[in-house]
Design a binder for this molecule. Structure first.
Ligand code: PEP
Length: 264
């Protein structure tokens, strides 16, 4: 199945999300968010999201209220309330936070989160009314072993398993993030990224009857490589880590995504 058959989304608004990870104090985060808001003020044609640490979400909500920059959490738990020390329920951020990220490789591989747990988080966040970015991606040894597609399929299938019907394509985004490219400076080539993003779209249609969702690429995206990545048909934006901590560079990446939308 081609990406076009799979509901290719090159006509959809691209999305660029900045994953700040465990960086910045609240004060620094307020400054960074304010700089991102100002630097992207005139960048139309792209959805912009920042994902700061949990401690920053409430103050950033005030700072970003009414602006073009949306706010999201880097993770959420699957239960809505209870004896889960240290966890954050999707209900705690619903109504004033726009997005939640689930399945980041630093949680899958760094914190031992399973595919099933990612699916439960995805379902809980959707049920709470959040938009969700679901991250998937293979390790270097899985790629070297020719397992990229099967790993992606396994992660996607587990993510969608909890749903009786797939959520509307407007409320979730898949981020393809090869683990070997995250924070390493080793970006996937545009062809590698395109191949997997197209595969994800096809899988969503064939296995889950879920066409039309946007698919982002993440893994060492910088201002230097962004335009070449965004020129690929099935990349609908980026999940940006390190470069999202530099407002001007993050804005330049968002501008590259917006320019791609105009010529697609
Ligand atoms: C990420 O954290 O999702 C990420 C892609 O990081 P980086 O851009 O730093 O590789």
């Amino acid at each position: 199945m081609s990406a076009a058959d799979a509901g290719g989304t090159s006509d959809r608004l691209p999305l660029v999300a900045g994953n700040w990870k465990m960086n910045t104090t609240v004060e620094e985060g307020l400054r960074l968010a304010s700089d991102v808001r100002d630097a992207t003020r005139d960048v139309g044609g792209v959805e912009i999201v920042v994902l700061p640490p949990f401690t920053h979400l409430w103050p950033l909500r005030d700072l970003l209220r009414g602006s073009h920059v949306q706010l999201g959490a880097q993770d959420v738990f699957w239960e809505t309330a209870g004896a889960y020390t240290g966890e954050i329920s999707p209900l705690m951020i619903t109504g004033w936070c726009d997005f939640a990220l689930v399945g980041h490789s630093e949680r899958r591989h760094g914190r031992g989160e399973t595919d099933v747990q990612v699916g439960r988080k995805f379902a809980a966040a959707i049920a709470a009314g959040l938009s969700v970015i679901v991250a998937v991606g293979e390790t270097e040894s899985e790629r070297d072993g020719g397992q990229t597609s099967s790993v992606i399929d396994r992660q996607l299938d587990a993510a969608f398993q909890p749903f009786s019907a797939p959520p509307n394509a407007d409320v979730f985004v898949i981020a393809y993030e090869p683990v070997w490219a995250i924070g390493t400076g080793r970006t996937a080539t545009p062809d590698q990224a395109q191949e997997v993003c197209a595969h994800i779209k096809a899988r969503l249609v064939e296995r889950w009857s879920a066409p039309g969702a946007r698919v982002l690429y993440g893994g060492s995206v910088t201002v230097e490589n962004a335009a070449a990545l965004f020129a690929q048909r099935d990349l609908d934006g980026a999940l940006v880590g390190g470069a999202s901590l530099r407002a001007a560079e993050f804005a330049a990446i968002a501008t590259a995504a917006a320019a791609r939308a105009r010529v697609a």
